[in-house]
Unconditional design. Sequence first.
Length: 399
Amino acid sequence: MELFRGINVDWLGKKWYFLAFSLVFSVSGILSILFWHHIKLGVDFRGGTLVYVQFDQPPNVDKIRQAIDRAGTHDAVIQAYGTSQKQVIISLAQKETQDAALDAGRQTIVEALNANYTSNGANNQGKLDLDNVSREALTQFLQQGDPEHLAAAGGGAQRYAQQAGAILDRRDHDLNGMFSSIDQLNGVADPAVVSQLKQGAYLSGFHVFGAEIIGPQVGALLRRQALLATLYSLLGMLVYLWFRFELIYGVAAVVAVFHDTLITVGAFSLANKEITLTVIAAILTLIGYSMNDTIVVFDRIRENLRLSRRENLTTVVNRSINQTLSRTVLTSGLTFLTVLSLYVFGGEVLRGFSFALVIGILIGTYSSIAVAAPMLVAYQDWRSKRGKKAVLPAGKRRT
């Protein structure tokens, strides 16, 4: 399918506009990385504790952040999570790798939210938070209250442990972690136990349903591996294009891809978004995508150089870009619509990944035309001024 027939745009005649555009966005990103927001690393890279919390109503993220700050835990990162709009991930700077740190992180969030976020927690000091209580704490609570009067007979521990297990199974398996009313325990626990819970327990309206730790050594290792993966991919593509075309083709393509990566990372810094492992995956994806688009243009340039040996390089490059423009618009346009839909409808978990692809596809398509191709002409002009032989007569012949 050909969208454009007979198009004759002088792309290289607009190279200074392209250069200005690239400089503005590249310099803005570099300044943001160095002086403004810097590079905001996700917990994957910096290490820390992740606590997953679900609420009975869509939560106010700013209010959660203020509640945690008032509890004395600063620099926590709160991010909406899931499709229900009722879950958040809270990232803490705690970096201990012991299992006790998981319980400490979980308890930190429960206490901070109870004291500063929910009205129920503030008005029920000394009572049991039934939405977040553990099996051991609930068993102890029932034993101390002894609603079934089993202590006089010298027993009750096993009975109350069974009831505590049934109550929490009801909460975690049937009610998705939270009660809407203590009356939901009717028929699950003994009426005397339900009565004691109504008097001595309350519902906080949130439930911490998970926690995990990424140690600082793991974070440092992931940072190193992410950087090496990016550099190795660029080096591999340089070698491939050197073998497949000429060295200057590979250099131009790698410079264009580095330009794309710089602007994408700069966009994350300007938008103050976290760079996580999924974002690195997106960056590696766009490196391959941009390189593929550049190779298509380069291959057409090489074919046209064989057919039009007496034309100057600028004319050949312009014609090659125009000839591949339909393919570029179709493939890049459809891919862009796909990742844009992912960004809009994919939810918060995929927001960083899809944001990187949205920026990367736009910049990658642009750089194939406005960065890589003009570099070939600039290098050829530089060699001509130095009286050297052209290196782009027709590239290497196919075997």
